[in-house]
Design a protein around this ligand. Structure first.
Ligand code: ZN
Length: 404
């Protein structure tokens, strides 16, 4: 059955979609940040970023553009990777000191998560864990502008802040429609400064977002629209930006693809590759995008044992044209898995858990923790601790090199 005929035979799931974030896309659109902040009524901006972004000169450029509009700027440059509650608390302290009325998150997902986390506590009080879940903020929140410098998380289009509880190591997903950015500025020129490893990890993460959202239980006809375009842009863009880091057109594909993937997550959640990745980051320090990339091929194979999910992979491969040559029905998931493996190898990232310090002994604990991650319940196939043990075991050994 071709995809058009398949669509006509599908009952469309109900959905409720409200766009919350204005998206401004294009090379050098960051130059509009002063004007956009002014439109939101900014008088005192808290700029949330990390030291790498300061070194790249992006923070000073944004601060200058804001100051040119008469806006006061305080810069919090202490954002850490996988930000925890202590990092957010320090950020809140500065926000209070400078009497911020607007927040700007500039950087990768961690900067945007910290900015959103800060916004929750600054405007609604209490601690980060009070907002774990959805819709727990009762008071209005400050306007947020998100400026991503990696084409990866799509956090700029999501109302969730992912903050790690320093005591329990749990990643808390704190979501509220009010936490979503009012404006996302997508400027591909800002992403050129990423180190190659960051380009690879964040790009693989963006592909994972597109593919996982396309098959979740929570997917809707609308989220699929975002997943498809996100997959088309990122699968085409990643090889190009790895090859030519200064290719602004391909950087734009990755940045827009990541934002559309983030919009898909907002509407359809994520799946088991993300559940399996989080314990790897917590216990072995594997960077999020790399951890997701290590697990995704094996999750795709696991999910494809379910006929309806195998069909969903086939449908998105056809609709996007990202797998032009397949060996017939049922092999699409395997083709996806091989392509994802190849992206890891081309990026110079280890493609086996074994090469990242993970041992067989660690698997039962990792599997137990993966099964309790909130994203696991949206995976198209039910996935229990025993299934995660199987998935981790498959990801442990090195696999023979395959041709493209
Ligand atoms: Zn991710």
């Amino acid at each position: 059955m071709n995809s058009a005929a398949a669509l006509l035979n599908t009952t469309l799931a109900p959905f409720d979609y409200q766009p919350r974030t204005r998206i401004v896309f294009g090379v050098n659109t960051v130059d509009r940040v002063g004007e956009l902040a002014k439109e939101l009524g900014a008088g005192s901006v808290l700029l949330v970023t990390d030291r790498g972004i300061v070194s790249a000169g992006h923070a000073a450029r944004v601060a200058k553009l804001l100051e040119a509009q008469g806006i006061h700027v305080a810069c919090f440059d202490q954002v850490e990777e996988n930000p925890g509650t202590r990092c957010v608390d320090k950020c809140v302290e500065l926000a209070r000191q400078c009497k911020a009325d607007t927040i700007i998150g500039l950087g990768g997902g961690s900067s945007m998560d910290t900015a959103k986390g800060c916004n929750f506590i600054l405007t609604n009080g209490g601690q980060m864990k009070d907002y774990w879940g959805i819709g727990k903020a009762k008071q209005p929140m400050l306007p947020l502008i998100a400026i991503p410098t990696t084409g990866g998380t799509g956090s700029e289009c999501q109302s969730f802040a992912l903050i790690t509880d320093e005591q329990t190591h749990q990643k808390m997903a704190c979501g509220d429609p009010k936490a979503a950015a009012r404006v996302a500025i997508l400027d591909p020129a800002l992403t050129v400064s990423q180190p190659p490893r960051v380009t690879a990890c964040s790009g693989i993460d963006a592909i994972a977002h597109a593919l996982e959202t396309a098959v979740t239980k929570a997917r809707t006809p609308l989220s699929l629209l975002f997943s498809r375009e996100a997959l088309r842009l990122t699968m085409a863009g990643l090889p190009r930006v790895l090859e030519s880091p200064h290719d602004l057109e391909a950087r734009g594909w990755m940045l827009l693809g990541a934002a559309l993937g983030g919009t898909a997550i907002e509407n359809s959640m994520l799946g088991a590759a993300h559940s399996a990745a989080n314990p790897l980051t917590a216990h072995f320090g594997i960077v999020h995008g790399h951890a997701v990339g290590l697990m995704l091929p094996h999750v795709v194979r696991f999910n494809a044992r379910d006929a309806a999910t195998a069909h969903a992979y086939e449908e998105i491969a056809q609709a996007t044209g990202v797998l032009p040559t397949t060996n017939g029905a049922g092999s699409v998931a395997e083709d996806f898995a091989n392509r994802l493996d190849l992206f890891l190898r081309r990026s110079g990232l280890p493609a086996a858990l074994k090469d990242c310090g993970v041992t067989e002994k660690a698997i039962p604990q990792l599997a137990g923790e993966a099964a309790t991650q909130w994203t696991a319940k949206f995976n198209p196939r039910a996935v229990a601790a025993a299934d995660f043990e199987e998935i981790y075991s498959a990801a442990l050994p090195r696999r023979p090199d395959r041709a493209a």
